[in-house]
Design a protein around this ligand. Structure first.
Ligand code: NAD
Length: 263
């Protein structure tokens, strides 16, 4: 299917690994010009190289820290300089460190807010005005199944992603008359470095082995396996497409059936 994205321009955040990287590759394959950011410069450069060598691009990039307002300002300036207005804005960032709600310090709540909420609000403020002028836009945010079913020991993620989802739902209403859709994609358990980090933390926390923890994850998924970052990216690319023009204000789960609620 031709997604009607050729010639569009996308900013993909946290694009050097996992879901962000797969999303960048999926959009590149649709003929989208990319601006990528991520924290580590080496992995980011490798991603740019892989996409370019596959025959796609152009791909621009900047190593930045999305939790830091100055770094975000630099990203916004460089992206505008390199590719001008953004048609497809993909919000993504690494997950916050694990903690219980009771055991989270005020400083960690603040950092989580900066990482998962303000990073999204800041980039929206920067790029939405041009989308409105162009009367076309797609805003997508990678969140988590934790928005629907809070995950034990991920208090900051549970709380901040829920707030971000509510903010984006409000924005979806506001931007709908401008032909701009705003949606969230909530991954279940996807096999990436982030998942390996969570398993390592849970080995420490529970004393279980990697095999036991992995089996627990798999048992919780009706499909009986973890997802891949490409399976998430394919849904993101579809939601960015012309074909998804009537989907807005939604959270789409990519979770192999893991979500327990009916809606
Ligand atoms: P990953 O660890 O594979 O990749 C993380 C990416 O984020 C890297 O490119 C890294 O450079 C970038 N990054 C991290 N912190 C950053 C920062 N402060 N500024 C800029 N870039 C930063 O992670 P993933 O598994 O692809 O997960 C992506 C997002 O989806 C995370 O927020 C994660 O919590 C969430 N999520 C993942 C899963 C899963 O099963 N993998 C499930 C639910 C939600």
């Amino acid at each position: 299917m031709n997604f009607g994205l050729a010639g569009k321009k996308a900013l993909v955040c946290a694009a050097s690994k996992g879901i962000g990287k797969a999303t960048a590759a999926a959009l590149a394959a649709e003929g989208v010009e990319l601006f990528l950011c991520a924290r580590g410069p080496e992995a980011l450069a490798e991603t740019v190289r892989e996409i370019t060598e596959a025959g796609f691009g152009p791909v621009h990039s900047l190593s930045c820290d999305l939790t830091n307002a100055d770094s975000r300002n630099e990203l916004i300036a460089k992206a505008k300089d390199s590719i001008g207005s953004i048609d497809v804005l993909i919000h993504n960032v690494g997950g916050p460190k694990p903690s219980t709600a009771e055991g989270t310090s005020l400083n960690d709540w603040d950092n989580g807010f900066e990482q998962l909420f303000n990073s999204v609000a800041h980039l929206n403020n920067a790029f939405v005005p041009e989308m409105k002028k162009n009367k076309w836009g797609r805003i997508l945010c990678i969140t988590s199944l934790s928005v629907i079913e809070p995950i034990p020991n991920l208090a900051v993620s549970n709380a901040m992603r829920a707030a971000t989802t509510a903010m984006l739902k409000t924005l979806a209403d506001e931007l709908a008359p401008h032909n701009i859709t705003v949606n969230c994609v909530a991954p279940g358990v996807i096999h990436t470095e982030r998942t390996e980090e969570r398993i390592a933390t849970n080995i420490e926390r529970t004393g279980n082995t990697r095999e036991v923890l992995l089996e627990d994850y798999v048992k919780s998924v009706p499909m009986g396996r973890l997802g891949t970052s490409h399976e998430v990216a394919n849904v993101v690319a579809f939601l960015a497409s012309e074909q998804a023009s009537y989907v807005t204000g939604s959270t789409i789960c990519v979770d192999g059936g893991k979500r327990r609620s009916t809606v």
